[in-house]
Structure formats: C-alpha cells, structure tokens
Design a protein around this ligand. Sequence first.
Ligand SMILES: Cc1cc2nc3c(=O)[nH]c(=O)nc-3n(C[C@H](O)[C@H](O)[C@H](O)COP(=O)(O)OP(=O)(O)OC[C@H]3O[C@@H](n4cnc5c(N)ncnc54)[C@H](O)[C@@H]3O)c2cc1C
Ligand code: SF4
Length: 349
Amino acid sequence: MQNTVLVVGAGPAGLSAAASVAAAGHRAVLVEKEEVLGGAPILSGYARLIPSGEWAKDAIGRMVARVEQDPNVTIHKGTRVTQVDGEAGDFTCTLSNGGTVQAGAIILCTGFTHFDSINKPEWGFGTYEDVLTTTQMEQMVAGGKIYCPSDGRTPERVAILLCVGSRDRQIGREWCSKVCCTVSANLAMEIKELSPETDVFIYYMDIRTFGLYEDRYYWKSQEEFKTKFVKARIAEVTRAPDGRLLVKGEDTLVKRPIVIPFDIVVHAIGMDPNEENPEIARIFGVGLEKHGFIERAEHYTNTCGTTRRGIYAAGAAYGPESIDDSISQGHAAAMRAVADLHALVRKAS
Ligand SMILES: Cc1cc2nc3c(=O)[nH]c(=O)nc-3n(C[C@H](O)[C@H](O)[C@H](O)COP(=O)(O)OP(=O)(O)OC[C@H]3O[C@@H](n4cnc5c(N)ncnc54)[C@H](O)[C@@H]3O)c2cc1C
Ligand code: SF4
C-alpha cells in the first residue's frame, strides 16, 4: 500500500490538492507540464481576480509558495505522466523526466484550454490587430495602460463580446463557461478606471453574473462605471474606411440591425476541455463526458471520483469552473483520496 498521492497539474485545483494532501500527513508529488506553477491565472497573466479583487500573481503566488515551502510536497516541473500501471492503493506512474512515482492515489487537476478565437473568424480575431481576447485585455490592464495595439491611440470605445466559444452549437460548444460574464463586467470597470475617457459596451445574449456577483459586478459596472449592456446577436466584425472596427448585428430587444464603430473589440473567450484530454484519458484510463471534460464517477456520493477507482479529479478538468470552486474541489479530492487510502489500509490489516 502506497501513502503518496500524485497530483497532476499545478493550477489552483492542483496547488490546493497538493497542500491538503500534505496537511493530512501524506506525501504529495505534484507533476506540472509547464516550467511555471499556477495554472491559467499565471500562465495567461490574469489581472485582478473576481471576486477577491486581488492581483492573480499575488493570490496564486501565495498558493505556489505554500507548496514550494512544504517538505511533504515534491514538485516536478516541465514533466508529464506517460504511463500508469497498477490499481487503487498501488499505482506505478512513469514520468517523462525518467522518474517513477509509487502512489496510492492520483488526482487529475489538468484544467482547461482557452477557446481559440481563430475558430470564430467572422468576429475578426486574427484579422484585425485591435480585436483581442479577454486574456490579452487582462494583460493590458496588468500593464497599466489601455491603448489600441494597431497604433497606440487611446480607445474612445471598447466592445466586449460575450459567449465567444461558449453556448454556440454551430461550433460544438454547448456549455456556458460560467465566469466570463462576471470577468467581463469586472474588466469593463478596470478599463474605465485606467482610461476614464473610454466608453465600454458589453454585447450579451444573457447575463449570468451568478450567485453573489450580481450587484458587485453587473449593477456596479452599469451604475458606477457607465458600462452599456447591449442585448444582441453579433453577425460580424469588419473594418470601416477610417480604420475603426464595425460590430454588426441585431439588437434583439428592439429587433433592429445595429452597426457601431469601436476602437477595440474584446472576445470573452470560454473554457474548452483541456486539448490533451483524449491523451490524458488514455494514459490514466479514465472516461470523458460528452463534451470532452473528465467524467465524474457519481454526482452525489463520489463527486471527486473518475471512472477509475483510485483516480480523482478537481477543478476545470471536470468542466468550466471558478478559481474558488477549483480550490475547494482540490481540497475535497485530497480529503477523499486520503480517506479512501485509510479505508484500504484498514481493509488490508
Ligand atoms: C479569461 C478568463 C478569466 C478568468 N478569470 C477568473 C477570475 O478572475 N476568477 C475566477 O474565479 N476564475 C477565473 N477564470 C477561471 C479560472 O481560469 C479557472 O477557474 C482556473 O484556472 C481553474 O483552475 P484549475 O487548476 O482547475 O485549472 P488550470 O488553471 O487550467 O490549471 C491546470 C494546470 O494543469 C497543467 N496541465 C494540463 N495538462 C497537464 C498534463 N497532461 N500534465 C501535467 N500538467 C498538466 C496546466 O499546465 C496547468 O498548470 C477565468 C477564466 C478565463 C477564461
Ligand atoms: S458566463 Fe456569460 S459570457 Fe460566459 S458563457 Fe455563460 S453567459 Fe456566456
């Protein structure tokens, strides 16, 4: 019987899982394919996080420091798991760096892949320099200056288009990415704070600032920061003769076509399944649900499980998720893995 728990992926979920395994007195081995720990918020350079308002590098940086300083956590960066043999309580995992880990349980915290806006070509990304994604806009906010990438001018108007790569059956993305309405309302306020002369418009199908976020983001961005919300269906983004961007669509409230010029258009990109999931499913022997995220074992009695006994998952690996919930799920998966290991030991003795 092995006491070690292998955690794959060092984003918010994996950092939480590894810290919780160690806090429970077990050894955690954390394997991350990138050279940097922290997952999407660090790798993609997020600005201030919802709902804490803390800079991503500080908030997630604390989580990274906690595992780096924990003697019960061994970290392999720039590494993948290439093979898994054995069963619950006694897995042998082969690593791409030549190492081997004997682990009693495995937690997959392999997260998601940002939707690639190139797959929505009619909305101008990849064609016009001033069409950006939310992650690029967050990086601009983190840099402290709002400007048009094409020529450096301060934008008079910025449009944020919601649901890019989410809730879109035409391109096979039926799911809601859960956080992007709130992230976008927050981004609109950050843009206005840095560039008071810029007007921000949000184009939406529905607004889903779920839970406690309604007044803090949706209403606040309208009432205090004058963000304009336009309920519309977008047809295309083109360029006007003067070089500005034209967002063309239908205002679905008044049922009329609308064309408004903008200086920057931002795609609020959604959360796709990790593009490596077919390979992850093969290596770890776990199932995927119909959209390609990791399949949960059972919703009510084994929420942290996968279709393979002894292998658990947490965070955006299961589907679109917020950081706070990914952290909670990482902790929950660690506790469940440790509890199941203790049960196996009791059974064996
Ligand atoms: C534009 C945008 C802004 C967002 N802003 C916020 C916000 O302000 N607040 C909020 O709550 N949520 C926000 N989110 C959601 C947030 O990104 C996720 O909740 C969070 O990143 C999920 O954490 P995770 O650890 O599950 O996955 P990830 O952050 O995706 O981390 C997964 C980790 O696993 C690693 N990995 C993947 N595959 C392998 C493999 N095969 N082997 C080893 N390692 C692997 C990856 O490199 C990565 O480090 C935002 C999302 C988007 C798209
Ligand atoms: S959270 Fe909002 S922007 Fe994101 S997919 Fe859902 S409805 Fe669309």
